[in-house]
Design a protein around this ligand. Structure first.
Ligand code: FAD
Length: 285
């Protein structure tokens, strides 16, 4: 029995391979075989290879790109797709355990499918140490499958400090009030050498780019200090904060979930408190 795996050079791919091996002898479609990244073209290549090899299942890493290709493969083939699994057991049906709600819920599910499509949540499974699977031969992609593709790379604007690696993050939510309101957040971040983050309410309003968003559908952060200004602390935001060592919350509502989960809190209007902190830092320098 052959199992097909979408692979690149990442640890996450080798973790996906660990689960894939339970479903058969692995063969791989290389993610970088189509450059720049074009998810439909990769989905087409996987669909064709899976048919030719009569693959028992198709696996990918549960990364943004892995999940995007698998979702397109599912749409093309009508096969069910279980995303972000942490275990998978072959059988009829296939049993999977998968991460939901940003990792706060584990779902046990049964997959009734002649060819399950499964992505593996990164860093939840050990990396495969076996030989690298043989790559399948791929035809050049059809023009129609290249309509969605990467056309440009734009560097994040966090003054050179990457959100995922920042030691200090000053983050703003809907309570900041406007795009212009972020000037006081940026000022404090500049004084602390911090990155600026935000909630989804902020990116949805167009006040900040998506690259600044922290949470389940944004960046997962692990700073020494996370300063949350005017953020309520919805589950999806907190899902991105699990790695934060200390949280300082500034909010006018002392009962906001983030205030209840923070190490330090300041209750009040952030438009007064944030500039006051910045002024105090300047005074002491
Ligand atoms: C599938 C899905 C995925 C999602 N993914 C994410 C994600 O990745 N990241 C994310 O953040 N959200 C995510 N969300 C949205 C999430 O559910 C919340 O809607 C969002 O986090 C709320 O943002 P907020 O805290 O800025 O806004 P609100 O919930 O509106 O909170 C605003 C806070 O500001 C306070 N405030 C108001 N004015 C002031 C002031 N002047 N001074 C001090 N405090 C003030 C209020 O008391 C309140 O606590 C997701 C939702 C779904 C359904």
């Amino acid at each position: 029995m052959t199992v097909l795996v979408l692979m690149d050079e990442s640890d996450a791919s080798r973790q996906a391979l660990t689960l894939a091996r339970k479903f058969g002898d692995p063969r791989s479609v290389r993610m970088d075989a189509i450059e720049p990244f074009a998810p439909d073209a990769l989905a087409a290549a996987l669909a064709q290879a899976a048919d030719e090899l009569n693959a028992s299942a198709v696996f990918a890493a549960g990364t943004d790109r892995g999940n995007e290709v698998m979702a397109r493969l599912a749409a093309r083939t009508g096969l069910p797709f279980a995303a972000n699994c942490i275990s998978a057991t072959p059988g009829e049906p296939v049993s999977v355990t998968r991460l939901r709600w940003g990792g706060s819920l584990l779902e046990e599910a049964r997959l009734h499918s002649p060819r399950p499509l499964i992505s593996v949540a990164p860093h939840t499974v050990p990396e495969d140490t076996g030989p690298r699977p043989q790559d399948v031969d791929m035809k050049p992609p059809a023009e129609a499958d290249l309509v969605v593709r990467v056309v440009d790379h734009v560097s994040p604007r966090n003054g050179g400090v990457s959100l995922a690696e920042a030691k200090v993050i000053v983050s703003g939510g809907r309570g900041v009030g406007s795009k212009e309101g972020f000037a006081i957040i940026e000022d404090l971040a500049g004084l602390l050498g911090a990155a600026v983050g935000c909630s989804r309410a902020v990116t949805s309003a167009g006040w900040r780019p998506h690259s600044d968003q922290v949470g389940q559908t944004g960046t997962k952060v692990a700073p020494d200090v996370y300063i949350a200004c005017g953020i309520s602390g919805a589950t999806q935001h907190m899902a991105g904060l699990k790695g934060a060592k200390r949280i300082l919350a500034i909010n006018s509502d002392p009962q906001a979930p983030l205030m209840l989960n923070a190490d330090y809190t300041v209750t009040g209007d952030l438009k007064e408190i944030v500039p006051a902190i910045s002024a105090e830092i300047r005074k002491r320098r």
